[in-house]
Write a protein that binds this ligand. Structure first.
Ligand SMILES: Cc1cc2nc3c(=O)[nH]c(=O)nc-3n(C[C@H](O)[C@H](O)[C@H](O)COP(=O)(O)OP(=O)(O)OC[C@H]3O[C@@H](n4cnc5c(N)ncnc54)[C@H](O)[C@@H]3O)c2cc1C
Length: 543
């Protein structure tokens, strides 16, 4: 392994929200020095916000040291109850057939997640935080990028220039100034209806482990209410409210208390956080502008039903970080950076499609859509066992990873084609583009290691018994990044990994640095070609 990394030239992370935090930690995990900056004077958590974290996101945070604690502190909910006009339509139990050490979803407030990520950041000598730095301009040339920052909280301070090799920007939903600085557009729509969120500490016996979704309850007619359990006996209650909703006057009149009592009854309660917000459905046209990579809410905004906001910002951060790190180390060609747009723009577009369908059902835009929604809900009420009708009741399709099936970094396999989305709670069928199944190999000496953890060290190749592992390792010798080549039969004596992959003895499985499967091939030269392609490196010329 060789590296051209200059320890005096950092990568810069703009924005210390959870996406920026993840990007900084992932960059540091690749050994890259990081300067991260934020306009805010300090961490000032404002409530739960992103609440529901998906297991592959927990896994990314595990890679940077915080995932286990985030998962352990969160509430693992196991039932999703859907009601219409007070009648239960159906209850979906989460049958976890996955192999992950993490549950499918945990609920934990973004404020706590940020605290736990901060602990990792503060303990990491490669990361320097600069709060109270508002980025006002971006300058870049062929060799570097500079952020021109105003220091201080009210635009009053001096101007400083911070220069690095690349910027991963996560400026959040108010990132319009940052987008303008690099010429990115942010087309899309904003929904009229507002949503009132209250985090309420109370006792709701029996509801501790279930998510409840109410269509048209008599106490919020024509609209919906979503209730999620959170840690510390707290419940997130999310009411859809009219465009002209006024929280201040509802508080003053006592109507807010009445609204809450419709749910908690006579129980004591305390409002921990409240907020009114509007949903947006927007996406930047380009996620890369030269040395500037846009991530998280700054790049895409979706309605939160299905929890696809932060759950897609974190994979943005991991994807951007390994690509920036590989280019800074000289392990990949600079052209690798463009594939960040290819992969994560497509991911955001999929999230927009999925959430748009949900919003059409939740907030019909015309009489025909209202009529259709009523028809579906009435049919589900009349026959709760009709699975076809039930499938049309759309309260949000929960976040899932995006598969890089059509990515320029993926080598397709005719023997292992992408088989589409798995049923809820199940792992996808392993194929190029899909994240690796979460299984372990046994290394010499007996250590059990997750293949995702091995992949996240560079490139991983698992070689079937009919192929020559040494020949595969030789073929990959020109790769400059950390590379692990293992004989599958030896590290997987029980065949658990082979079974999870559906691997044949004549195959080699190539994994990317973000633990996605890059290729399934049947020769050493093909393994090398796929590995170079997967990390955007140029194979040495052959004589
Ligand atoms: C009410 C609500 C509920 C939500 N629920 C969920 C959920 O259940 N699940 C889910 O996945 N997502 C949810 N989300 C979305 C989630 O909160 C966001 O996806 C997440 O905060 C995005 O993180 P981020 O790091 O991209 O941006 P942010 O957290 O917004 O951070 C951006 C940072 O950039 C800084 N910044 C901006 N511009 C500049 C500049 N010019 N110079 C310096 N610094 C700058 C800001 O100060 C800020 O600290 C919810 C959001 C809201 C509002």
């Amino acid at each position: 392994m060789t590296s051209t990394l200059d320890p005096n030239v950092p990568a810069i992370v703009l924005g210390c929200g959870p996406v920026g935090q993840t990007a900084a930690l992932c960059l540091a995990a690749w050994g890259v020095p990081v300067v991260m900056l934020d306009a805010r004077p300090e961490r000032d958590p404002i409530g739960s916000k992103a609440l529901c974290q998906q297991r592959d996101v927990l896994d990314v945070w595990d890679h940077v040291g915080a995932g286990r604690q985030i998962a352990d502190e969160g509430v693992t909910w196991t039932r999703a109850v859907t009601l219409y006009q007070g009648q239960e339509l159906f209850t979906q139990g989460f049958v976890d057939r996955g192999r992950s050490p993490f549950p499918p979803f945990v609920n934990i407030g973004q404020n706590r997640t940020e605290e736990l990520l901060d602990e990792q950041i503060r303990a990491n000598p490669l990361i320097t935080e600069k709060w109270g730095h508002t980025v006002e301009a971006v300058e870049q040339d062929a060799d570097s990028i500079t952020l021109v920052c105003r220091v201080g909280t009210h635009g009053s301070g001096e101007t400083v220039r911070i220069t690095g090799a690349y910027v991963i920007a996560a400026p959040g939903n108010k990132g319009h100034l940052t987008r303008e600085m690099v010429g990115m557009t942010f087309e899309g729509t904003t929904f009229d209806d507002q949503f009132l969120i209250c985090d309420i500490r109370t006792t709701l016996p029996g509801w501790e482990l279930e998510r409840r979704f109410y269509f048209d309850p008599e106490w919020n007619p024509g609209r919906q209410v979503l209730i999620h359990p959170c840690p510390d006996s707290t419940y997130r209650i999310d009411w859809q409210v009219p465009p002209n909703y006024d929280l201040a006057s509802e508080e003053a009149s006592g109507a807010l208390d009445t609204r809450i009592r419709k749910i908690v009854g006579d129980a004591d309660y305390e409002i921990v956080w409240k907020s009114v917000y509007r949903f947006h459905a927007r996406q930047v046209d380009q996620m890369v502008a030269g040395r500037f990579l846009m991530a998280g809410d700054g790049a895409h905004l979706v309605a939160p039903f299905g929890a696809r906001g932060l759950n897609s910002g974190v994979p943005d951060a991991e994807n951007a970080a390994w690509k920036v790190a590989f280019v800074m180390h000289g392990w990949a060609d600079p052209s690798l950076i463009a594939t960040y747009h290819d992969e994560r723009h497509a991911a955001a577009a999929e999230n927009l499609d999925v959430t748009a369908a949900t919003m059409r059902f939740l907030v019909p835009q015309n009489d025909a859509e209202w009529a259709q929604r009523r028809e579906i809900l009435e049919a589900a009420k009349a026959d709760p066992t009709d699975l076809a009708v039930r499938a049309q009741v759309n309260s949000g399709r929960m976040a899932e990873p995006f598969w890089y099936v059509d990515s320029p970094l993926t080598t397709p396999s005719a023997d292992h084609p992408f088989q589409g989305r798995p049923p809820k709670g199940e792992d996808p069928v392993a194929a190029p583009g899909v994240i690796a199944p979460d299984v372990e190999v046994t290394l010499a000496g007996g250590d059990r290691v997750r293949i995702r953890a091995l992949a996240r060290q560079g490139v991983l190749v698992l070689v079937g018994a009919d192929l020559d592992t040494a020949a595969v390792a030789d073929a990959l010798a020109g790769l400059r990044c950390p590379t692990t080549v293992l004989p599958l039969a030896e590290v997987d004596p029980d065949g658990e990994v082979a079974q999870a992959l559906g691997a044949r003895p004549d195959e080699a499985w190539v994994f990317r640095p973000d633990a996605h499967i890059a290729a399934v091939v049947t020769s050493a030269p093909d393994a090398a070609a796929a590995a170079y392609r997967a990390v955007g490196a140029t194979a040495p010329a052959t004589a």
